[in-house]
Design a binder for this molecule. Structure first.
Ligand SMILES: Nc1ncnc2c1ncn2[C@@H]1O[C@H](COP(=O)(O)OP(=O)(O)OP(=O)(O)O)[C@@H](O)[C@H]1O
Ligand SMILES: [Mg+2]
Length: 351
């Protein structure tokens, strides 16, 4: 099975429901064969964006293009888009095989060929031994594999997935994340995937678009969103973070809330209202010392790592995380420690 993924463009799309605006100035380009994830909290407009692309909902203004051609007047069935939803939308009275062959039947593919192609799709998702089962005889993970096979059996150029793993437990979700990624590479179609799980977004995607209130706040490869979030919202949405208000900045120096003056290269922080630093970049000085004296407020043991909550003398909490070496002593709360920040690890943020 293979397809040449199409390009997708949303241009200034707006969609409102009465007075409520679900998508506003929504613009995004997705490249051929790219795996793009829409990441955002509940109600941020993710499903609305997919529905607009698939043709389940019309838009107020703006434009959506597939392969550079506007689809505004193209009916849903002509858009050649495969879809997988969160709740299993399998037909309850059709067997696994007949669920998967459905899109081919709809397209008038002869029976024998439809069967052959459906079996191939089911083999890819390792469901070929269960072709005669009915949906209610399958586990949750098996149902999503069938739903995936049905979505790709007609070799769509675009595949949309709306929280396809949302109903599954964590371990199964992680297994299926890796599978989905592998199938997509094999097929080559363009994917837009929707999730509110930042870990899932970082694992799966070529690029991630972080959404809030119907807009795209930042779009980029997972590493870029993690290393260089531009806004406070994105910094707080993806991974753990220490957020510090800039109190004063002048030539050669900067003072941060609860930390006082910091020294080092701050050219990249000019104009910042906030700066952030990831816990794994905070350097704890367990024997005391360092530029910032602190007290250990809390220590949480995670097995492969230890998380510390440090309290500066001005009562600012700083999270730090360190890999743990076997036998390493875990110091009790209250112990005097210190920490250092490398100014090049600080990221400038806007509100
Ligand atoms: N048919 C509708 N009528 C009125 N409001 C709607 C309709 N569909 C969606 N909305 C509103 O539009 C906003 C965006 O909805 P959408 O379903 O796109 O969110 P979402 O990001 O997919 O959220 P979730 O993660 O909960 O699925 C929500 O505030 C929702 O209440
Ligand atoms: Mg949704």
């Amino acid at each position: 099975m293979s397809s040449t993924g199409a390009t997708i463009d949303f241009r200034n799309v707006r969609k409102s429901y009465g007075k409520f605006v679900a998508l506003e100035n929504f613009s995004m380009h997705v490249g051929r064969g790219e795996f793009m994830t829409l990441l955002g909290a509940s109600g941020s407009g993710k499903t609305t964006a997919l529905n607009a692309l698939a043709g389940f909902t019309d838009i107020d203004s703006g434009e959506i293009l597939i392969d550079g051609v506007s689809i505004t007047n193209l009916p849903t069935e002509k858009r050649e888009i495969g879809m997988v939803f969160q709740s299993y939308s399998l037909f309850p009275h059709r067997s696994v095989l007949r669920n998967v062959s459905f899109p081919l039947e709809m397209r008038g593919v002869p029976r024998a060929e439809a069967r052959r192609r459906s079996e191939k799709a089911l083999a890819m998702v390792r469901m070929d031994a269960l072709v005669d089962r009915m949906p209610h005889e399958l586990s949750g993970g098996q149902r999503q594999r069938v739903a995936f096979a049905r979505a790709v059996v007609f070799e769509p150029r675009v595949l949309l997935m709306d929280e396809p793993l949302g109903a599954l437990d964590l371990k199964l979700r992680e297994t299926l994340q890796l599978e989905i990624k592998a199938y997509q590479r094999q097929i080559g179609c363009t994917v837009i995937y929707v999730t509110h799980d930042q870990g899932e977004a970082l694992t799966l995607s070529d690029r991630v678009a972080v959404m809030d209130k119907g807009r795209v706040l930042q779009v980029g490869p997972p590493e870029e969103l993690y290393d260089r979030p531009r806004s406070r919202f994105v910094a707080e949405f993806i991974g753990a973070n220490n957020l510090l208000t800039v109190e004063r900045a002048e030539n050669g120096g900067m003072a941060l809330e609860g930390l006082g003056p910091i020294k080092g290269d701050i050219a990249h922080l000019s104009g910042a209202e906030f700066v952030s630093i990831r816990p794994e970049l905070v350097r704890v000085r367990h024997g005391g010392g360092g530029a910032h004296p602190a007290r250990l407020k809390e220590t949480v043991f995670f097995g492969n790592s230890v998380r510390y909550v440090l309290l500066t003398d001005a009562d600012k909490e700083i999270s730090a995380i360190e890999p743990r070496r076997p036998g390493q002593e875990i110091r009790p709360a209250g112990a005097r420690v210190g920490f250092d920040l490398d100014t090049t690890d600080l990221v400038a943020l806007t509100a």
